[in-house]
Design a protein around this ligand. Structure first.
Ligand code: HAX
Length: 437
């Protein structure tokens, strides 16, 4: 078995540990933040209380993965021959180590994934036993947690063999085992639920993203769309619901299967990952009303106001941290401008980009009126024939698992403890506010 990635990771983790240990031991009392009542009631917004070195989200610049912007990542990482996008395998190497992999490194990770891709039959049997109208995110979550019995971390921990410094090692093994299987599980859910169970077998010659596109039954350039999608959705620092849920569950030393299944459940909410499905549903409503024609700017404005007045949010716009257009939106927009500039749904999205921000500003509630990643992604999927939009968040989840697994491996490597913030009562807040004795 190739150990290149694992050995490199071991070296990186061991090199990093003294930094974390020194900060905790010598500087543990240094303050980096203050917390207000507004933040405590308001979903812990912006409270700095998590650490990750895998990605950082600047409110005005957007995400950087290991210090690189999205265009830099897409440019610097080794590309799949004949395609425009990098290998997901190389991107995972980069997320884990912070180093740009050589083509040989990429091939070794690809080989690792291929060796581990077989999904136990009981997972498929269990999925087939679920009602056909189960949401694909519920199916994905159930499939992942059903494999908990495969956890190497769980077995080694139970046997009492593991030293704390080595927790990351079986977590790495579990992560690779799970990630290798996700394209097969996700495509199985798709083909089972929407294509009469006509399952397409895996092609061992293909890379992770290319094989996913193949098993979905969608021709090129959907392989590149998949690679781009998985990379863009992989990580968004630690505080978003899916990443935080994964980290939180893993902090109790629950294994990767429990953690990633929980991550999926958090992502399934309409304010988070489900927003991409909501965007398409919402656009379809206008599309049907307009008989497939692109509405005028005035008609679109009216539609946006109607949605707001009915007490709903505009899906695909706003963000808890970002204060400008999401660079993940921009990367997908550039792809659309190149590959599907005349697509009517893309024209809708483009019109929304023009119309929504001034309306949200005029309404005066949303702190960020600009589009987020979800405003654009469904349109690309739709264009390439994936029209069952309740499946879109599964794609998000497959990508997000890359980042969350990488984070959990590092959490274990650096020995981060069980998470346990403190709660207070409303009485205590009123006392702090000076309105109650
Ligand atoms: N449409 C209408 N109102 C919006 C809005 C939008 N797109 N975005 C924010 N607001 C409203 C909020 O509902 C809130 O209203 P109330 O005061 O009545 O509660 C007010 O503006 C202030 O909210 P905020 O501080 O700007 O935003 P939050 O940090 O509370 O929430 C959300 C961030 C992303 C959840 C929010 O912008 C939203 O609901 N957007 C639409 C759903 C969406 O696109 N979600 C995906 C986000 C990206 C992501 O995580 N993808 O997975």
């Amino acid at each position: 078995m190739s150990q290149v990635l694992k050995n490199k990771l071991k070296e990186k983790i061991e090199g990093w540990r003294p930094r974390t240990a020194r900060l905790t031991k010598e500087f543990g009392n240094v303050k980096i933040d203050e917390v207000t009542i507004g933040q405590v009631i308001g979903g812990a917004r912006d409270i700095k209380c998590l650490v990750t070195d895998i990605s950082y989200l600047d409110p005005f610049e957007g995400i950087r993965f290991r210090g690189l912007t999205i265009p830099e990542v897409l440019e610097k990482l080794p590309k799949v021959p004949g395609g425009e996008m990098p290998y997901v395998e190389g991107f995972f190497f980069f997320l884990l180590t912070g180093d740009i992999p050589s083509m040989k490194d990429v091939e070794e990770v690809a080989e690792e994934f291929k060796k581990r891709q077989d999904v136990p039959q009981y997972v498929f049997d269990m999925l087939k036993a679920l009602p056909k109208d189960s949401h694909p995110m519920a199916m994905l979550s159930a499939a992942i947690v059903s494999m908990q019995r495969e956890s190497i971390f769980f077995k080694e921990y139970e046997e009492g063999k593991l030293h704390k410094n080595d927790y990351w090692d079986p977590t790495y093994e579990d992560s690779l085992n799970l990630l290798a299987k996700l394209p097969r599980i996700a495509s199985f859910i798709y083909r089972w639920k929407y294509k009469n169970g006509d399952i397409i077998p895996s092609d061992p010659k293909l890379d992770w993203g290319g094989n996913f596109a193949h098993m979905m039954g969608i021709p090129k350039p959907y392989d590149d769309v998949s690679r781009m999608y998985f990379i863009l959705h992989s990580d968004h620092e630690s505080g978003n619901v899916s990443a935080h849920t994964g980290h939180l569950i893993a902090s109790a030393l629950s294994d990767i299967y429990y953690s990633i299944s929980g991550m999926v459940n958090g992502l399934a909410g309409p304010l988070h990952g489900l927003a991409n499905q909501e965007v398409l549903k919402w656009i379809q409503e206008i599309y049907e009303k307009k008989g497939g024609n692109v509405p005028t700017e005035e008609e679109m404005k009216q539609f946006v106001w109607d949605t707001l007045k009915s007490g709903q949010v505009i899906p695909g716009f706003g963000h808890a941290v970002l204060r400008k257009t999401d660079p993940r939106y921009t990367a997908q927009r550039e792809f659309c401008l190149k590959h599907l500039p005349d697509d009517p749904l893309f024209k809708y999205v483009d019109l929304l980009y023009k119309v929504v921000p001034p309306i949200l500003l005029e309404q005066g509630k949303a702190k960020n009126p600009w589009p987020n990643v979800d405003a654009q992604s469904g349109v690309i999927q739709w264009y390439y024939g994936l029209r069952e939009y309740d499946f879109y968040t599964v794609l998000f989840a497959v990508g997000r698992a890359l980042g969350v697994c990488a984070n959990i491996i590092w959490d274990r490597g650096l020995g981060y403890p069980i998470e346990r913030p403190k709660s207070v009562t409303t009485d205590m807040l009123e006392e702090a506010a000076g309105i109650k004795k």
